[in-house]
Design a protein around this ligand. Sequence first.
Ligand SMILES: NC(=O)c1ccc[n+]([C@@H]2O[C@H](COP(=O)([O-])OP(=O)(O)OC[C@H]3O[C@@H](n4cnc5c(N)ncnc54)[C@H](O)[C@@H]3O)[C@@H](O)[C@H]2O)c1
Length: 252
Amino acid sequence: MNTRTRVALITGGATGLGRAMAERLAADGLRIVIGDLRGAQEAAQAIQDQHGVDCLGLRMDVTDAVSIQETVDAAAARFGGIDVLVNNAALFSTLVNRPFDQYDAEEWMQVMRVNTLGPFLCAKAVAPHMKRQRWGRIINVASTSALKGLANMAHYVTSKGAVITFTRVLARELGAWEITANAIAPGLTLSDQILQNDAHVQQFGEAIRKSRSIQRDAYPSDLVGTVSFLAGNDSAFMTGQTLCVEGGAVFV
Ligand SMILES: NC(=O)c1ccc[n+]([C@@H]2O[C@H](COP(=O)([O-])OP(=O)(O)OC[C@H]3O[C@@H](n4cnc5c(N)ncnc54)[C@H](O)[C@@H]3O)[C@@H](O)[C@H]2O)c1
C-alpha cells in the first residue's frame, strides 16, 4: 500500500448523491476527482474551497472510453494515481416511469449504456492503477429497486441488477490485488434533483416510506457514511457485497 494521500474519482459527482459522496470523502481527507457531463469544475472548486483538499473537475462521459481514459490520465498526472472509484453516474432522476412494454429499444439501450457500460469502462480504466499499487476500492452505486423488482422503471431496475452482478465479478477478478468491489444500494433518496422531478416522489414516495423499517424519507447524508467505510481500510476484507442503505426496506 502506498503512502500518498488517497485519490477518489466520483463519476456524476457534480450533483445529487455523487456530490454528497464526494464531499464526504473530501471531509475524510481524500483528494477528489469529479468526472461529470456538466458542472464538474465548479463542483470540484466548491469542494476544494470548503474542505481544503486538492480537487480536480473534468468533463467526462462514462459511455465514452476515450473521455474516461483522458480523465484517469489527467488525475494520475496530477495526483499520482487513483485509489477509489465511485461508479455513481447514471440515468435516474430524468427518467420517465412507464410500464415495461411502453419503452422502446433506444430508451432501453441508452439507460444500459450509461448505467452498465459506464461502470464497466470506468472500472477497466482505473484497474491498472489499483493493481500496480495492490490496493483499490471500487464502489458501485446500485439501487434497492433491483432487489424489489420495482415496477414501471424496467430499464433502470434491470440496469441496477447488472451493477450488483458486475460488482460480484469484479470482486472475484480483483481480489488477488487486494482491490475490493462493493455496491451501495440506496432507495428513493431526496437529493435536490429528485425533489425537482416531483414525479418520482409523487409516484413512489408514500409507498416507499411505508415499506421501510425506519419509516421516513432518505437524504444523501444517510448514505455517505457507508461510502466512507467502503473507501477506507476498515472494509479491507469485505468484497462483492451489496449494502442496502434504505432504513431496512429490504433484507439480503
Ligand atoms: N436519488 C435516488 O433516489 C437514488 C436511489 C437509488 C439509487 N440511486 C443512484 O444513485 C446515483 C446518483 O443518483 P442521483 O439521484 O444523484 O442522480 P442524478 O440524476 O441527480 O445525478 C446523476 C449525475 O450523473 C451525471 N451523468 C449522467 N450521465 C452521465 C454520463 N454519461 N457521464 C458522466 N456523468 C453523467 C449527471 O450529470 C448527474 O450529475 C445513480 O447511480 C442512481 O441510480 C439514486
